[in-house]
Every structure is written in structure tokens, then in C-alpha cells.
Design a protein around this ligand. Sequence first.
Ligand SMILES: [Fe+2]
Length: 237
Amino acid sequence: MKQALSGRFAAAGRGNDDAQAMRVVSSDDPSALMRIHEPSVNLVVWRRTPDASVLAAWRDGSPAGSTVVDGIVRPGALHAADEPACAPSVRDRFGVFAQDVLVLSRWMACIAGCVEVRARLVAIADDQCRLFHVDEPALRILSTYVGPGTQWVEEGVRRERLGMGGLPADAFNRALLHPGAAVHQARTGWVCLQKGDAYPGNRGRAIVHRSPPIEGSGLRRLRLTLEPSGYCRYGPP
Ligand SMILES: [Fe+2]
């Protein structure tokens, strides 16, 4: 399987066997996350540099496969000057990652137009979902603090085969993707904002992605997932 790990985000060429080709936006600027609302965009990647001091401070005692934290964050306004650096409830639950969880939760609340964000921090040592697939939730942020990040395919997907059963994982993926389809992968610390099937008007056009296969490699991952909780306006306040 061809892998282009970071660089190419071509919008032209063979499409997704969709009526309308979808595209990925990639940027060093977090404000690009708002572009997820563009009808032709189903993934925005914020290519940020991970905070090395935070990662160095993490001493993980959690067994692989366990949920480190699963909680609701009420992040407040994105640029509220009177907000404390980090709410105590967030700091207590998310430890050295608290400030980052709060920042990313604020982005999610602003983008989704929601008050609450569900945040999950999970330690992973297996393949999770090895099959390429689409997600149902309208919006989801994935960021991998430790280990390799999410993989996605922008072009060359036979979408009519998504969810098809009866094949081993590798055979399924080969059947799903056109030969030569590029598999992109987020680097550690990057923020992937995915648009799922439940986003208004997006059914059948969600980003095709999977967790990176790591089982048996000795690699581990620590991944943050953020989703809107409750009512969403799907737009900024
Ligand atoms: Fe997924």
C-alpha cells in the first residue's frame, strides 16, 4: 500500500466515486479548522508541532487498551480573556494534557456551536479499526499525543464497497481502494477534524480513514478524541 505520510493534498485527479469529490484542507494555522463547514471539505488537518515538554511529563501507568479519561468538558468561549488558564475540573482529569484538551475543546465548541464537548483519552497498543471506514458523528477531532496518527484517503475510494463484509482486513482495503490510492497519515500531535456522515448534507461523503496498524510492532499510542455533546448549531456563535 502506497503511503504519502505528510505532503501531498491534491484535489484533482480520480475522485471518490462520488457525485462530488471531497477534499482535505491542510494548514499550519488553527483557524483553518473552520473550513470544515465548506461543503466540499470533509477533513481539516492542523499541522501543529507537539509540545515536547508535555509529552516528556507524561508517565503513563495505564494499561494498553484502556480509557485513560472519558469526560465532558465545558470549555467556554474560544477567545474569552477572563477564562482561567485551565479550569480545575479539566486539570484534575486530564493531568499534563489538560491545557491542550481545553484549547482543542474550545475550538470544537466554536466550530460545532455547542456548549459541551466529550473528551476521551485512550491508550492503544493494537490496530483499533484496521479497516478503512467512515464515522457517523458529525464532527470529531482526533489528535495522537504519542505514536503514529490517523490515516486517511482523499481520492481513489470505491465508496460503494464501504462496510462490505466477508473479507480479511487487508483484502477489504485493497478492494476498497483503487490501485495506487495514496494513504496519508497524521504526524504525532497533528489535529484532524473529521466531518462524518451525520453532518448536515454530508451523508455518503464522510472522510475515509482508519487507525494506523501497530499491533505487534511494539508501538503505543495515546489518542485524544473530541466530539460535540448535546445540541449543535454547526457554526460559530
Ligand atoms: Fe473512525
